[in-house]
Design a protein around this ligand. Structure first.
Ligand SMILES: N[C@@H](CCC(=O)N[C@@H](CS)C(=O)NCC(=O)O)C(=O)O
Length: 254
């Protein structure tokens, strides 16, 4: 059995974190390639990245002969298979890691939920980069303030009411978004809530009262033994202002 290879920018949680959480929950054998030293020893990995590891990632992104060229990280290599796009990686890994059900309809429901999570992640990113990714936040501050105000007033409530309703209406019970067992979408929901609460602490101050079922899910995932061990480990990079979820006090609610 070869290790899964995860390729993602080092030094931040970012979209790679949705994949890491699934690999960690499953206790999977994986390498976070951009963090690896030339020896390849994961014990010597540097969460802030290594030149060797970043070069290995860039060589795939810029490859002239790779048939499946990813547009952007994260991407995953499993032997000869290369899979790009966060939700697609999780669709691939789900059944292999025991984090997706056998039932096809339920698997597609979970994939749809993951895509909706991805939509919200992009909107969270756009609060601090509403004009262009190539500009610094400081160069688009005014637009960012407007975008963040709308995100807080309209988009967080719309998405979160929806996800709370998904939990309420799960016929198998409200412990999970879909079906009776933990899926990768539950892990991703943990990460989405965690990121939003970090980025917008004032706007989400009443989160637990407004969204009790989502709050319970967030807490239940955080308490899972492998997730708790991961969160306490150096492999979990703290939230920071290089990520999709950034805390800028001026973008938070007043
Ligand atoms: N839809 C893609 C988005 C991938 C993406 O935007 N990756 C970022 C880092 S989180 C990136 O490196 N983007 C480079 C670019 O868009 O030029 C996914 O969910 O994986």
């Amino acid at each position: 059995m070869m290790s899964y290879e995860l390729y993602y920018w080092p030094g931040l949680q970012g979209r790679g974190e949705f994949v890491r959480l699934a690999l960690e929950e499953a206790g999977a054998d994986y390498l976070d390639v951009a963090r690896l030293p030339p020896s390849g020893r994961r014990e010597d990995a540097n969460p802030q990245g290594t030149e060797h590891g970043i070069d290995a990632m860039m060589s795939i992104l810029q490859s002239q002969n790779e048939p499946c060229i990813p547009f952007a990280p994260p991407f995953l290599r499993d032997g000869t298979t290369l899979v790009a796009q966060t939700a697609n990686i999780l669709l691939y890994l789900g059944p292999r890691l025991g984090l997706a059900p056998a039932d096809e309809a339920l698997r597609h429901w979970i994939h749809g939920l993951q895509l909706t999570i991805a939509d919200m992640v992009t909107e969270a990113h756009d609060t601090h980069h509403p004009i262009a990714n190539t500009l610094y936040f400081e160069q688009q501050r005014d637009a960012a303030r407007q975008r963040a105000a709308d995100f807080i007033a309209n988009r967080i409530p719309k998405f979160m009411h929806y996800f709370e309703r998904v939990l309420e209406q799960n016929p198998a019970g409200c412990a999970h978004l879909a079906g009776a067992a933990l899926s990768y979408a539950d892990l991703s929901m943990f990460q989405l809530i965690d990121g939003l609460r970090y980025a917008f602490p004032r706007a989400t101050a009443r989160f637990a009262a407004q969204y009790p079922k989502l709050t319970a899910l967030h807490e239940a995932v955080r308490a899972r033994p492998r997730i708790a061990a991961y969160l306490a480990s150096p492999r979990r990079i703290p939230h920071n202002e290089s990520c999709v979820f950034r805390h800028y006090a001026e973008l938070d609610a007043r």
